[in-house]
Design a binder for this molecule. Structure first.
Ligand code: AKG
Ligand code: FE2
Length: 379
């Protein structure tokens, strides 16, 4: 099957379509490193993605639970202190219990998000060889056409991980679109316009939560350096002939401080709440925020990095766009003394994000990775 054959292009942006047949400047290594690429190449079948009985999606993509807390960001920023306090308290509670919440009135224009998504669709619809020109060699930045084929865990998705610096972003887009200058310029402009406000929004949420825990507002955000792991990620889940036996992305928690996610109208994101998988309803006017492992560990486990996953379907391709906010990769992170009490003794050992990320990748993105940072992992 040809790469991206399942993609519907009808909702794409008004930009000129890049020429699919274009000659790349450098020859590209096309041997499959990732599952979805191997599937597109005819080297893997749907059956090869089948999960074990226990792991199969028990809840289909169209079933939702609307009890997820909703936080009004404008109320925190602008309104009376009463409304502000109520929303901060609700956000803190959601970050502790769910590790997930929905934000509304966040000020990032939905048209911009949709434009970034449309550019992502254009990217995923390119012939495989062109996507491979920015293939992530090590599952970090670039195109990851699924999970590494050598893993036991086979993911039904393609992803594009974008490092949030102007230089890295320019390099990546120029590499994929060497001749379509106008399209490349628009792609870069849209991403930069998107990353700026997403970064500010992430910092704001982290700082509100930090203050809510009784710490100085910038306790964690001051650890953001040029060596931080702020990342944009676009996900494409192609339609699947047997969606009940596979997972787009299996249950995992995100590594960084937090993630802000926009999903299209198809549905498929699910969060693990009290041992049950709960479907999160798509909604154009809100984002979903989730706490990452780093934030859980450096708040001594007060905040909760929720496991989540994406299920797929047999009717429609699904896309999601995520902004991951991270702090310095290699600084040794420790729990602030203010969060250690007699009732809540120190739970996590000092660690670096780089070390945690390596553990996660080496272990094929396990469900409860943060446990390995516990002083007593058996507890
Ligand atoms: O596509 C989704 O809804 C989930 C994506 C996700 O969890 C991730 O990219 O880390
Ligand atoms: Fe995630």
């Amino acid at each position: 099957m040809a790469a991206g054959a399942a993609v519907t292009q009808s909702e794409d942006s008004g930009h000129d379509k890049p020429n699919a047949q274009i000659q790349l400047e450098k020859p590209v290594d096309t041997s499959p490193l990732y599952t979805m690429q191997a599937f597109f190449d005819g080297k893997m079948k749907v059956e090869d993605f089948a999960r074990s009985e226990q792991e199969r999606p028990s809840v289909p993509h169209y079933v939702f639970d609307d009890t997820l807390p909703v936080i009004d960001i404008a109320a925190i920023k602008e309104r009376s202190s009463e409304e502000r306090e109520a929303n901060v308290a609700k956000m803190l509670m959601a970050a502790r219990s769910w590790g997930f919440f929905r934000i509304i009135n966040h000020d990032v224009p939905v048209e911009l998000v949709k434009q970034v998504e449309a550019n992502g669709k254009q990217f995923f619809a390119l012939p495989m060889e062109r996507k491979l020109s920015v293939r992530a060699p090590d599952f970090v930045f670039g195109y990851t056409g699924g999970s590494p084929i050598k893993w036991k865990s086979k993911w039904w998705l393609e992803g594009l991980m974008i490092k949030v610096t102007d230089e890295a972003l320019d390099d990546m887009v120029n590499q994929v679109y060497p001749h379509e200058k106008e399209f490349a310029a628009q792609f870069k402009k849209d991403l930069k316009s998107f990353f700026g406000p997403m970064h500010e929004l992430s910092r704001f949420i982290v700082e509100e939560l930090t203050e809510g825990l009784g710490l100085e507002r910038d306790t964690y955000t001051r650890l953001e350096t040029p060596n931080s792991n702020c990342t944009g990620r676009m996900n494409h889940y192609p339609v699947c002939s047997d969606p009940d036996s596979v997972l787009g992305i299996p249950g995992h928690a995100d590594t960084q401080m937090l993630a802000i996610l926009y999903q299209d109208d198809v549905g498929g994101l699910q969060v693990l709440k009290d041992g049950e998988w709960v479907g999160i309803r798509p909604d154009d006017n809100s984002f979903i925020v989730n706490i990452g492992d780093t934030f859980q560990a450096i708040t001594n486990g007060i905040l909760h990095s929720a496991s989540h996953r994406a299920v797929v379907n047999s009717k429609k391709d699904r896309y999601s766009t995520v902004y991951f906010y991270g702090i310095d990769n290699s600084i040794t992170l420790t729990v602030p003394p203010g969060l250690i009490t007699e009732d809540r003794p120190l739970k996590y050992r000092p660690f670096t994000i780089m070390e945690h990320r390596k553990y996660i990748v080496d272990n094929e993105v396990p469900l409860d990775a943060v446990r390995h940072l516990q002083i007593n992992p058996e507890a």
